[in-house]
Every structure is written in structure tokens, then in C-alpha cells.
Ligand binder design. Sequence first.
Ligand code: 3PG
Length: 345
Amino acid sequence: MAAIAFHQAVGTLQSQGYLHNAGFRQEYGNVSVKLISKGFKVDIGLVRRGSYDSGERNFGVIQASTSQSTVFDPVSSPSNNHTNNSRKKSNEAALILVRHGESLWNEKNLFTGCVDVPLSKKGVEEAIEAGKRISNIPVDMIYTSALIRAQMTAMLAMTQHRRKKVPIIMHNESERARAWSQVFSEDTKKQSIPVIAAWQLNERMYGELQGLNKQETADRYGKEQVHEWRRSYDTPPPNGESLEMCAERAVAYFKDHIEPQLLSGKHVMIAAHGNSLRSIIMYLDKLTSQEVISLELSTGIPMLYIFKEGKFIRRGSPVAPSEAGVYAYTRTLAQYRQKLDEMLN
Ligand SMILES: O=C(O)[C@H](O)COP(=O)(O)O
């Protein structure tokens, strides 16, 4: 029955001249189709467990024109040319925030700020663990700071993702960088996740505290003074950035570059820093400058938000890839995980 409905739907669209090429493949009890019309790809449906479900958005996708290369994309992704309609319908996107894993200077208890220090061994392990926790959550785009500890964290985390797309750092810093890093296969692009590195997401510039030991600084200037430098909203450390100054660039970047992606239905991960993320969380959770003082972020712990109808809904941290609460919350996430299970188990 299901297959008949499917063929009827495809046949109707073909006869109406909408389809240049179409196909399907039966796999794990699912039949799905990607229709290609003059190079414009539209997902039209999924036949699953006897029901034909047209016009929905979250489908396993079979690319008809290349029957050997199955393109599986259970949830909308930027490389999967969904119509604006389907984006609007989904109207929901996952936002993962993760502070980088422990760095070699975190390990030594040194103020780091914008000094570009790599992860420690523990930080590498934390990043991998973070990746396990988000391995069932869709990721279409990744934003990191320009600093290696955030980039290492994002890359290591993605080695654990079940979808196995390849994160690729975009080089838009010059015409040549852009030209020399082009990818010439649409299929390969579809199996990739663009990673955008932005200095605006860097750690707050810690001024003359950079490289100093935190304990020794507290011993020298007093615990209260150092706490004010580290946690207050508007007191900058000597010649450095206050959280307010850090927010001016980090939150502006979030609003200008990341929010539009979420609005269009793309699932985004941000790997950044204690203070650039504190400023973004202050914006997402509408915290006051008093409330943000007690906001502490651990290294390598992913935090999930759902962006829905223009609002950010805090979901906390997915403690394990199968944590029921995370998926129970939205249909999109539950469907994504279910598709991964069906395709990969
Ligand atoms: O830059 C640093 O030293 C840390 O990444 C963040 O430090 P903080 O906890 O002192 O703000």
C-alpha cells in the first residue's frame, strides 16, 4: 500500500512536469525520495510504516540521480536544498553551546584570554566526551572562535557524531583563500559541515592578567578584586575587556550571523569560551548584569537550546547521547535520532 501511494505521488508529479528525475530506494523499512527538477532539489515525501507522508520536512533522502550514492539527511541541513517553505514549517532549530575543553593554561591555572593555547590531554578527552553527548543532535553549521582550543574542541567533538559529516573550516579571509579551498563535488559538500571561525567569539581579552597565575593574582590583589575582574559585568581587568565589552562583539556577532541561520532552520553548534559564551547566554536567557555574576561554565560540557518561534528554550546539557528528556522535548530531535538509529543500527 505504502509503495503504491509513493509511486502514485511520484507519477503524478512527473506527469505534471515537475520532475526531471526521480527515484527511491527501500532501506530499513523506509522509502524516501529526493526529486530533482532542473538541478533544484526538493524533498517530497517519505513512505514509512505504511503511510505516505507528503510535504513534511524531516526525511531520509535518497538522491535519485546518483543511485549508487545514497544521501541520507534525516533533518534539514544547509547542504540539503530544502525549500523555504519546509524551513518555515520546521521553525525550530537546535543550538549547542560548548566551552572548549581544558587548555594547557587552564591546567596551569593561568589567565589565558586571547592567548592562543591548545587543549591539554584532559581537554582532548573532554572534547571527545562532549561529542558523545551531542552525537545524536543535528548539526548543520559550526561556529568557533579564532582560537585553537575552541577549534580543537569542535573538531574532536565532531569525530563522535553519528552522522559522520566532515567539518570543514571555511577560509574567507581573502579571495585566494576562498578560491583555493573550493570543493568541486556537490555530493562531497553535502557530506560536509561548514565551520566558521570568528574572532568575535574569542575569549574576553584579559589585558595585563594574561599569562598570570590566578591564585597568585588573587593573593596579590585580593580575592574580591580578582573576582570582580573575572565575573562582574562591567569592570574590565587592567587594559582588558569587561564582560560588557566582550558582549558587544560576541552578542552582536551572534545576532548578525548565527541567529539568521537558526531562523532559517539550521542546527548550529558554537564552540567558544567561558566569557564569550557567558555573554551569549546572558542574551539568550535574558540574565541581568547581577545574575550573570554567578554564571560559571565548565570546560567541555555542551549546553542545548531549542530555537523556536523566535525564542530560545534552554534544555540544559544532554548528559548522554540517549538522554530521553532531550529528545522528548521536540519532534525534530526525536525524529533525527530515530532516523540515525534506523540507518546506522
Ligand atoms: O581566559 C581564561 O583564563 C579562561 O578561559 C577564563 O577565565 P575566567 O574563568 O577567569 O574568566
